[in-house]
Design a protein around this ligand. Structure first.
Ligand code: BES
Ligand code: ZN
Ligand code: ZN
Length: 495
């Protein structure tokens, strides 16, 4: 369930019409705490409630740890407000604003309260704060008992467009999360296609779905997805074209995003071990969810660029029709691949998507995003995605988009010395390392994918760690994080 976000005037009258007023305090040097809010709000609030906020703060002996919140009961005539939250933003860095916003949101999650937040002053921080409010307040459940309500956030900001943009991104993140949270007995590749069609309805997004015999050339998607005969795999192509095509402008850049959409990953015949690892595998379509949700945001933001999302959707089931270790398959475009471990299914479906894009779509940028390897989590944990590209300029742009948006990426090397481990005696290549003993599972997967990217400006994001949270903390609920939506939207908006 996602909360609502709106801009509110930087005025005492707007603040006191909310149930809660959230204000920020920063640690500006040794133990000196300073209240930070736009305009004259601090002074006006102190006058209105006949209170001295710094005195109140010192009463609590704050440590100033980001997200630390003190709640002050207040009342005044002609005022709806009954609480003020004083929220620590630490050094005031944008990343601290995000954590502080998530902490405020968590305090009101599941409650029907209105919160006027005046916690940030500059535009980047306000936008980051706004999006993180909705991220922290997000809840998803199939419990029959529903939460009491959803909070409404009124962000003190006179720039309505800025908050509208934040609301669009917030909605898209919630959409991606909803898809990831949905259990795999409900979501299958056909369901993913129906969601794409539902989101595209009455918008300018176009959706094309291929299934059954139409997937003959998609050897990777078929080999993985035919393990689950009903309803079988789906290739879902979603296209965004800006409404205002400027005829005199140079041809628009074309971005193709390819997302891994494994609706459940048992590992196939190479069954996942230990079995507990399987529980999180309903999240193995987080890449496809991220690219679809990103397009819904772009449709509202209307950047002047063409974007195609390819959702490579299949279930990696274990059944009599499942592929076997030692099978040789033919990927889209003809490359033959010797299958070593059927649990490395993600790269097989992505390879079809990358080759399809290279052969048919003439992309200026080719970006894939996938919960691809446990190794990515081992090396970077859950706060950074592993990023691979040969293109230094593109890498820099993504690192910046990651820091600016909050979906952070870390550049990893495509180590040429390891390529020989993908040599097969009977096919063009193997899909996992058979020799060499290089380990580096995330690097090996990236080297495999690179073979299908043609000579495009290609970039690969391994979000195995960042796509799912195992704890309910900070911006993220336990489950799908929506990682990639902020990053891809930010990048495309600045293209
Ligand atoms: N979906 C998994 C990767 C994964 C693991 C995502 C943990 C999120 C959390 C992927 O399909 C997989 O099983 N990869 C294997 C590859 C190996 C068999 C070469 C892995 O990483 O162990
Ligand atoms: Zn797998
Ligand atoms: Zn997988």
């Amino acid at each position: 369930m996602s909360s609502t976000l709106a801009s509110a005037p930087v005025k005492i009258s707007a603040a006191t019409s909310a149930d809660v007023i959230a204000l920020a305090y920063a640690n500006d040097g040794q133990d000196a705490f300073v209240l930070k809010s736009p305009g004259n709000l601090i002074k006006d609030i102190e006058k209105h409630f006949e209170i001295n906020l710094l005195d109140e703060l010192s009463f609590f002996s704050p440590k100033g740890k980001v997200g630390e919140i003190f709640e002050i009961p207040v009342s005044a005539k002609n005022s709806q407000t009954d609480r003020i939250y004083l929220t620590a933003i630490g050094d005031g860095a944008t990343s601290s604003h995000r954590l502080a916003a998530a902490a405020v949101a968590r305090k009101v999650r599941g409650k029907a309260v209105s919160v006027y937040t005046a916690c940030a002053i500059n535009k980047d921080d306000i936008k980051a704060h706004a999006i993180s409010l909705t991220m922290g307040a997000y809840q998803w459940s199939l419990k029959s008992e529903r939460p009491a309500g959803i909070p409404e956030f009124l962000v003190a900001c006179d720039d309505k467009e800025l908050i509208d943009a934040a609301q669009i991104v917030s909605k898209a993140i919630a959409r991606a999360r909803d898809l990831v949270h949905t259990p795999s007995n409900i979501k299958n590749p056909e369901w993913m296609a129906s969601k794409a069609q539902e989101f595209a309805k009455s918008t300018g997004l176009k959706v094309k779905v291929l299934a059954g015999k139409e997937l003959k050339e998609f050897g990777g998607l078929s080999a993985v997805g035919n393990s689950s005969p009903k309803p079988g795999p789906r290739f879902i192509e979603v296209t965004y074209t800006p409404k205002k095509m400027n005829k005199s402008a140079p041809a628009l850049a074309h971005v193709v995003l390819v997302g891994k959409g494994i609706t459940f990953d048992t590992g196939g015949v190479s069954l996942k071990r230990p079995y507990d690892l399987m529980i999180g595998m309903k999240s193995d379509m987080a890449g496809a969810a991220a690219v679809l949700a990103t397009l819904t945001a772009l449709e509202e933001l209307q950047p002047l660029v063409r974007v195609t999302a390819l959702m490579m959707c299949a279930e990696n089931a274990i059944s009599a029709s499942a592929q076997r270790p030692s099978d040789v398959i033919q990927q889209y475009g003809g490359t033959t691949v010797e299958v070593i471990d059927t649990d490395a299914e993600g790269r097989l479906v992505l390879a079809d998507g990358l080759a399809y894009a290279d052969i048919n779509l003439d992309p200026d940028y080719l970006v894939d995003i996938a919960t691809l390897t446990g190794s990515a989590t081992l090396s970077l944990g859950r706060q950074f995605a592993a990023m691979y590209t040969r293109d230094d300029a593109l890498a820099d742009v993504f690192i910046k988009a990651g820091t600016d948006s909050g979906d952070r990426v870390w550049r990893m090397p495509l180590v040429d010395d390891y390529k020989d481990a993908l040599q097969s005696e009977i096919a063009d290549l193997t899909h996992t390392a058979v020799k060499g003993g290089y380990s580096a599972g995330s690097v090996m997967a990236a080297l495999f994918l690179e073979r299908f990217s043609g000579n495009r400006r290609w970039l690969h994001l391994d979000i195995a760690g960042s796509g799912r949270s195992e704890v309910d903390a900070g911006e993220n609920p336990k489950g799908g994080t929506g990682f990639g939506v902020r990053l891809l939207t930010q990048w495309i908006m600045t293209l």
